[in-house]
Ligand binder design. Sequence first.
Ligand SMILES: Nc1ncnc2c1ncn2[C@@H]1O[C@H](COP(=O)(O)OP(=O)(O)OP(=O)(O)O)[C@@H](O)[C@H]1O
Length: 341
Amino acid sequence: MSLLMAQGPRRPSTATSGFPPPLSASPTAVATPPPRPRPAGALLSLFQSPSPPCPSQIRSSASSEASHRHEAMLAAAPVASFPPAVSSSPVNKMTRKFSGSCRAQRVSAGYSQLEVRKVSYRPPGTEQSLLNQTSLSLPEKSFGLIFGRSGSGKTTLLQLLAGLSEPTSGSICIQKYDDSGNPTGLPELLASQRVGIVFQFPERYFLSDTILEEVTFGWPRQKADNLLRGQLALKLQNAMNSVGLSTIPLDEHPQSLSGGFKRRLALAIQLVQTPDLLLLDEPLAGLDWKARADVVNLLKDLKKDHTILVVSHDLRELYPLVDRSWRMEMGGVLKEEPLPV
Ligand SMILES: Nc1ncnc2c1ncn2[C@@H]1O[C@H](COP(=O)(O)OP(=O)(O)OP(=O)(O)O)[C@@H](O)[C@H]1O
């Protein structure tokens, strides 16, 4: 699984004390003129001009801003090699898979669903199984919720789905069906690269000094990888748009965001890889009522294009989004049942 898909392992934080002030007030920022905040939309603007700027143009624009922080930002963003115009980019073709016409095609050609088949899990070196013959199925672009008592095994199941541990027995796969509900072809094992996971309290894993560094963490830095970085920047722009963060200043400290916006940022980092399955562990935990409502609305939007499986105790708030739900009983036994709200 790539570093962008999972939140760890991460490099040690370079921050030394608390949250730095905004760049404009920072002693490291050049006094005159103050650096212009770079909104998230700037990521893509590097690629969207009719004739893409040459690297030296970008570098000279950076130096005119006279901010070494911004130069660092540009070092993180693609600088030397540019994909073709957006309309013909292979990345753009990939991202267009969610357009209306494509979706209509997929519906008429059947559907696919995540299937967890009789999965059991016993951690290596232990005697007790944490999951026992767990099964569930979740059709694409639907929202599933697992609830149950603390310690019953919910997070353990998410970790298996994300490929962070291997089932002791059973399988986790994607099965395609035709319009009549008959399986078409063999099931495919779920590849961990196709899964995004946002752990509980994801903001605790933010280690960078700027939002840009946080969202581009783990990107290749070699010159030879510039094309890949360009593709990642396009995907990141889409991800930031889809979580409503396209206008946030990228040079702010990630911890300066509100609670709800931090969760949005964690989701955007996962969405860069356009995962088939998005796993969220307690997405509302620790947020105030306003941020909770904000995240619920965001999940409602994301549900239109993504398959989402959530572990949560916040049943009442998530109820309107839920298509399928399961109770995890102590001992790792999963039973499909309606939410008790
Ligand atoms: N690697 C491990 N080795 C042994 N026991 C483990 C391991 N990982 C988790 N457990 C135990 O497995 C049980 C299930 O843990 P898990 O975190 O999956 O529960 P949960 O339902 O997500 O709980 P919560 O709602 O509190 O997050 C717990 O008793 C936990 O201590």
